[in-house]
Design a protein around this ligand. Structure first.
Ligand code: NAD
Length: 377
């Protein structure tokens, strides 16, 4: 089968869906790999690397070639201009941002494409090596802590110097999923004291094993924890109780790192204006949930806003700021998902397989998981 690796077209995207390492593996499976010129350049992979690995590099969007490919491996969905040149049944694989995405739905239908959205892979053990949400969230969590440390007007570690002792920074981390846990580990390595809030009590043990302190969720009848391993959307009543609980922690915090999310829903609002008013000037808030509506009042994607001396950083694209490793790990996720599908020179999608069933959002233009496209708020 023929694989196409496009140059990513989304502004700010620096990652690529295949590296010379994964291309060699795909060739070993009998695939032909076509890499669009310029793909991978921002992640440190040059044309010669791809050619050496055995890929064919094509210069422009060659309509003839596009008609012949069996699958397109991408980070973000390519634009309609490219999708419209593919043949019926071509498989699109990537972080396709399917939730509430009516233009993607229309494009898959009109071009009769099949598509695997990595966001929807079930979080089962067998899927771990294909789990792109985790590989990218891990990078985001690491980088969020570094960003906070460099924006903060204080040290992270406790230091005893000839000029006296300085106390360690106090970091509050909201949400202890993959990104939150890596943010905790990175902050601990830098010597901060770390407090963590999550509504899934199951993470308490993981948080404590990293040396951080867990803030127990509010004790209400409602338990928004756990639905297939994910948190469910908490009610406004629950969130109000949680905010009240966090107020005291934040008044003493140097840094808040917000990673709380509920898949396919608006992110919970955990920091409001009243809470920000309690934070000291010079402190820093990093909001990783900013593109999902934000955990914190006032954050904007890609922007830093100073509000009464508190820096509010809307960190929407942190994996793109570590493009080489983000691409290395992402491309391995794709290899692991795709390679078992190659059979007798073509891609076979077996919807009896839980991983395929969960992530296949379109089969030759027939939409599956309609509820995902209709999701919002
Ligand atoms: P996510 O990005 O959807 O959410 C991040 C965190 O925010 C979660 O821990 C969630 O509980 C938390 N959260 C939601 N509402 C909150 C609130 N009001 N206050 C505080 N925190 C709140 O999560 P994720 O990183 O994608 O991980 C989701 C789950 O999947 C986790 O249980 C993780 O351990 C699990 N996981 C499993 C596998 C596997 O076994 N294959 C792989 C990766 C992740």
């Amino acid at each position: 089968p023929r694989l196409l690796i496009p140059r990513e077209s989304l502004p700010g995207e620096t990652r690529v869906a295949a590296t010379p390492e994964t291309i060699k593996k795909f060739l070993g499976l009998g695939c032909h790999v076509h890499v669009q010129e310029g793909a991978g350049l921002l992640a440190g992979f040059i044309k010669e690397d791809y050619i050496k690995a055995g890929a064919e590099v094509f210069a422009a969007e060659d309509s003839n070639l596009l008609r012949q490919v069996d699958a397109v491996l991408c980070v973000n969905s390519p634009q309609q201009a490219l999708l419209s040149k593919l043949s019926k049944g071509t498989l699109l694989v990537g972080l396709l941002a399917p939730y509430g995405n009516s233009s993607l739905e229309a494009s898959l239908k009109s071009n009769q494409l099949s598509a695997l959205a990595l966001e929807l892979l079930p979080r089962i053990s067998r899927a771990q090596s294909s789990d792109a949400l985790s590989s990218q969230a891990n990078i985001a969590g690491y980088k969020a802590t570094l960003l906070a440390a460099s924006a903060l007007d204080r040290y992270f570690p406790m230091l005893m110097t000839a000029a006296g002792t300085v106390q360690p920074a106090k970091v509050v981390i909201l949400g202890a999923g993959v990104a939150g846990l890596q943010a905790i580990a990175t902050a601990k390595r830098l010597g901060a004291v770390v407090y963590v809030s999550d509504i899934r009590p199951a993470v308490k043990e993981q948080v404590e094993s990293l040396g951080a302190r867990f803030i127990n969720p509010p004790e209400l009848e409602e338990k928004p924890n756990e639905a297939g391993g994910y948190a469910r959307q908490a009610s406004e009543l629950f969130l109000a109780a949680q905010r009240k609980q966090l107020m005291e922690q934040l008044s003493e915090a140097d840094v808040a790192i917000c990673t709380a999310q509920v898949p396919g829903k608006k992110a919970p609002r955990l920091l409001n204006e009243e809470m920000l008013d309690q934070m000291r000037p010079g402190s820093v808030v990093i909001d990783l949930a900013v593109s999902q509506g934000g955990n914190c009042f006032g954050t904007k994607p890609g922007e830093t806003i100073v509000r009464k001396g508190v820096r509010l950083i809307g960190a929407s694209d942190l994996p793109c700021s570590v493009p080489n490793h983000a691409s290395v790990l992402y491309s391995r996720n794709l290899l692991s998902l795709i390679s078992p599908l190659v059979k007798d020179g073509e891609f076979i999608l077996d919807t009896n397989d839980e991983m395929i069933d969960g992530s296949l959002i379109s089969e030759n233009g027939v939409i599956r998981h309609e509820n995902v496209f209709n999701a919002g708020g």
